[in-house]
Design a protein around this ligand. Structure first.
Ligand code: FES
Length: 156
């Protein structure tokens, strides 16, 4: 067992106890790994598969299907801008382009200082206050270029 994952064993046992079949615990275990490790590595996927008596490809299917799962580390501030239609109609694309230009990165790249990663996500269920952006777990609504500058400044 990889040492960084072995520290999660107690929590994994508690999660498994909530489900009648081990495979049903795959999603909460993947969330646990991402919350504690920052992303889900190939090694972690293999570990989860072995723990749940599944094939690694079955775990890879989950990780690649759900856009909230990451296979690579991200910056300390993960900026996730909604790209679904209501936010797009309210200017999310130009906000995204502004962010990428200002930080000098492409989508899903991390700035060299490790501070920022910019990603696109699907609807964040706040369409009435589009455009919407998340910084890590914090939601920001009705984003304007001015608000975006304030959010970035608060991240420094
Ligand atoms: S479309 Fe962006 S929050 Fe729903």
């Amino acid at each position: 067992m990889p040492s960084s994952l072995s520290s999660l064993e107690d929590q994994v046992v508690r999660i498994l106890a909530r489900y009648p079949k081990p495979r049903s615990a795959a999603m909460p275990i993947l969330h646990l790994i991402q919350e504690t490790q920052g992303f889900i590595s190939k090694e972690a996927m293999e570990w989860v598969a072995a723990r749940l008596d599944l094939q690694p490809a079955q775990i890879l299917e989950l990780v690649t299907f759900y856009p909230m799962f990451r296979q690579h580390p991200v910056g300390r501030n993960h900026l996730k801008i909604c790209r679904t239609l209501p936010c797009a109609l309210m200017g999310a694309e130009s906000l995204r382009d502004h962010l990428l230009r200002k930080l000098g990165v492409k989508l899903d790249e991390t700035t060299p200082d490790g501070r920022f990663t910019v990603s696109e996500v699907e609807c964040l269920a706040c369409c009435g206050s589009a455009p919407v952006l998340m910084v890590n777990d914090d939601l920001h609504e009705n984003i304007t270029p001015e608000k975006l500058e304030q959010i970035l400044a608060a991240c420094l």
